[in-house]
Design a protein around this ligand. Structure first.
Ligand code: CO
Length: 315
């Protein structure tokens, strides 16, 4: 009898709590349109006023084939995954934008131009998803531009690049496995990361650490940072590697991959490694071609929608 009363009391408390939660949620929702500038100005309902967009930002490339296979493939996957959102493109490299305009008469916006247009076109919710690999200079520039537009939209969020939190490194390595060949003891993959003078160059060492912990014969070098190819050669010799597959650890297989990595000039990684006596294979595909990497970007957009753009693990 007593336990029956306690049970009823508990049920009553839960019901009261639920009603309170519902009322609070209702109040919260009803306040949103009133707070919104757009709704005040236009007097339209929230449904009509919400125009949602995703701006996919990459460095860009002037190589049309790899652009199609990597950048466009990522954009298309994002568009297919979020049909309520209009997907637009921006490149951060002014040099590539200029080259494409002059050579191919292709117009591509900078992030600033793209966001200005989205503002003019009445977007209210914008997700900016960079396809960059590390949170380096380019990513910080995206953050700066987005900050300038923070009052132009009801909501604007930036997704994180590939290498960010600890779980991101683990996911990136799992995804890389999809494109790794079977490796014998004396075979290795050498990744060509871009590298940077920015402190985010440390990302490559963290990536190396996770790869090594996985027991993979994969070594990360960079073309414009640390470690350089000479540092990698020392490691290859230490590990008695005879045969190397070169792979870009970049979104696209563009200029760096085609020339600095796989080119026939004396100073390409291929030539340097061959001169050192290694057998060299070339894998000339950007990460953006790997469906797993495309999915990593889709997940980052989803994390923005879920209010967790930095992918912070719940405690
Ligand atoms: Co470069």
């Amino acid at each position: 009898m007593i336990s029956g009363k306690i049970k009823k009391y508990h049920v009553l408390m839960i019901v009261v709590f639920l009603i309170c939660s519902l009322l609070l949620a209702a109040c919260d929702n009803s306040q949103q349109p009133a707070d919104s500038e757009t709704d005040k100005d236009n007097g339209t309902s929230q449904e009509q006023a919400n125009k949602k967009g995703i701006l996919v930002v990459s460095f860009g490339t002037s190589y049309p084939d790899t652009r199609k296979a990597t950048i466009e493939a990522c954009e298309e996957k994002i568009a297919a995954s979020f049909p309520d959102y209009e997907v637009r493109r921006a490149f951060t490299s002014k040099m590539i934008i200029k080259k494409l305009k002059e050579r191919d008469n292709i117009e591509i916006d900078t992030p600033e131009e793209a966001l200005s247009k989205m503002k003019e076109d009445g977007f209210t919710e914008v997700i900016v998803q960079p396809l960059h690999i590390i949170p380096g200079i380019e990513y910080e520039e995206v953050l700066t531009v987005v900050n300038e537009f923070k009052d132009s939209f009801k909501e604007i969020t930036v997704g994180r690049p590939v290498l960010y939190g600890i779980e991101d490194y683990k996911a990136a390595v799992e995804t890389l496995k999809l494109q790794l060949p079977e490796l014998d003891k004396d075979q290795a993959v050498v990744l060509m990361g871009h590298g940077t003078s920015h402190p985010a160059n440390a990302c490559y060492s963290c990536l190396q650490s996770v790869l090594s912990d996985e027991g993979l014969n994969v070594f990360v070098g960079t073309v414009e940072g640390y470690p350089e190819i000479d540092d990698i050669i020392a490691k290859l010799k230490e590990n008695k590697i005879k045969e190397v597959t070169l792979m870009p650890y970049m979104l696209v297989a563009g200029d760096h991959a085609s020339n600095d990595m796989a080119g026939d000039e004396d100073d390409s990684w291929k030539s340097i490694l061959e001169k050192e006596g290694f057998a060299v294979n070339i894998y000339l595909h950007g990460l953006g071609e790997n469906p797993g990497y495309q999915d990593l970007y889709v997940q980052r957009v989803q994390d923005c929608i879920d209010g967790n753009p930095l992918g912070v693990e719940e405690e």
